[in-house]
Ligand binder design. Sequence first.
Ligand code: ZN
Length: 284
Amino acid sequence: MRRVAIALLALLAVAGGVLLVASGGDEAGRGDDRDPRQERADARTADRAGRKARRTRTRVHRDDPRLRPTQGNGLACRAAPPVMRRRGPRSPKRIALTFDDGPSPYTKAFLRVLRRHRAPATFFVLGRQIAGREAVLRGIIREGHALGSHGWSHRSLAPADADTRRELRWTRDAIRASVGRSGCLMRPPGGDIGGRLRTLLRKRGEQAILWRIDPQDWRRPGSPTIVRDVLAHAFPGAIVVLHDGGGDRTQTLKALPTIIRGLRERRYRLVTVPTLLGLERTDR
Ligand SMILES: [Zn+2]
């Protein structure tokens, strides 16, 4: 009898795991084109993954030397008014590349390209995709990039209600569980933000980072179009949105070296968002 019960429990655990994997592998989706059933399914997934993230929190090793950034200051940032920024100052001639919807199976490849070109960037990660990719997040910090929250499930955070607060809290917890600290940067999914979310973020000490250049790489228009769009619209202080997750990111990956080279030929210095906006703490 007991053996049957154990077998049943094991079966349930496996089924739960499969469900989690299946939903985790979905396209992140965009806040504006989702149906309510999908939203409810996402909420259930977020509930399960949230519990999992909270369990893994106890496994943080704050003194792990691997967590100390060798360069850059990716998580040691302090929010500053205004609470929402789309761009940085026009001088000096700098530009910030940002990547949304990861961590994904593509993120490591993005990190390799950035490493090869010594180009710092900023990653806005989805909390529900962190489990199992904690080392990727540590790599982001270790290699001098900046890391921010993109919410838990990619649903709109504009309502600033209890669900929003949960999405923000769980994602911060998952980031902290992975890299030891959590930082101040956040990017609202779909750029969806209003007065209510701004007020909530101000209270939480988080800084909403939007963008001014969007080549819509997630639509997969082809690498040359992605490159052309970024280079044609580049200006000093610009924040560029690209994606390292949410589907097949081969085109973005292929476009990245040409984007970096093109910007440098135009005398831009690539910097992280905290560097561009002067959000880095100096007291650490
Ligand atoms: Zn997104």
